[in-house]
Write a protein that binds this ligand. Sequence first.
Ligand code: SF4
Ligand code: FES
Length: 321
Amino acid sequence: MSEDAKIKVTIDGKTIEVAPGTTILNAARQIGGEVVPPAMCYYSSLEGSGGKCRTCLVEVSKGSEKDPRPMPKLMVSCSTMVMDGMEVKNTTSERVLEARKGVVEFLLINHPLDCPVCDQAGECHLQDLAFEHGLSKTRYEFKRREFEKVDIGEYIKLHMTRCILCYRCVYTANQLTDSREHGVLKRGDAAEIGTFIEKNLKNDFIGNVIDVCPVGALTDKTFRFRSRVWYTKPVDAHCECTKCSGNAVLWMIGDEISRVTARKDAYGEVKEFICNECRFDKKDKSQWTIEGPRKISRHSVISANHYSKEIPKHTTLLNKA
Ligand code: SF4
Ligand code: FES
């Protein structure tokens, strides 16, 4: 097959031609809309990410044109490559929706239901996932894991109880900074994010771990408990910066900058990582050139009042009401 030859894949009845080597998840993202499976650990700009959380499971109902047999087990769409003629079911598969409920139940086993006080509420991928696919109860009866909150460096606080061990922050520190001082320590149900011998996270770009964390496990100490995100007004702004592009989002409360984050796409992924100085130190409006209101394309509480996406048909809780 020549290098620019395309292969055909059909997801939830929608067909697209993609380059060989494309994963099912990325093919679905090229189609867009409801055919896109949720992804808690995959992050397109982080090498090695994916394959940890199982939220992106899909049903492959036809393997390929050459071998049309369905794949017997549900497949992880972030790491399974498409084959020519493959047919995939996401929200059109009862098996997938059922499995996703189980995955959410697993992710929530140790995760506290502290959304009312969590800084990530309103922009938390797990909150959205639980809303769309979760059950209102759990069958888990054993003791939950407990952790003290830990300061990891000058700017970041870790709430380990909220961590879903997606490894995104570890890959970010590995690939974006010149040294990584934290990682997943221990294994199995004892696994936890930790810093080796109580080291601080001091690299110039380490603040980006806050943006890549899909839940509220890594919080910005300059913003913690200052406001609910939906009370803030996000604006696109840029500044002159020698370390990063200087392109950021300022989250305003009146005339004050309450926090600075990188700009994220519809899947909540940062496209241009920003440095610590822009994120934590430039909290004065005069340091920025404001471009205009930020359009939040991700559907969540954060886009309330300015979002028009229909509620997905498979949303469990709403359909029951
Ligand atoms: S702290 Fe956040 S980004 Fe890091 S592994 Fe846990 S959930 Fe993932
Ligand atoms: S996004 Fe595919 S396994 Fe986590």
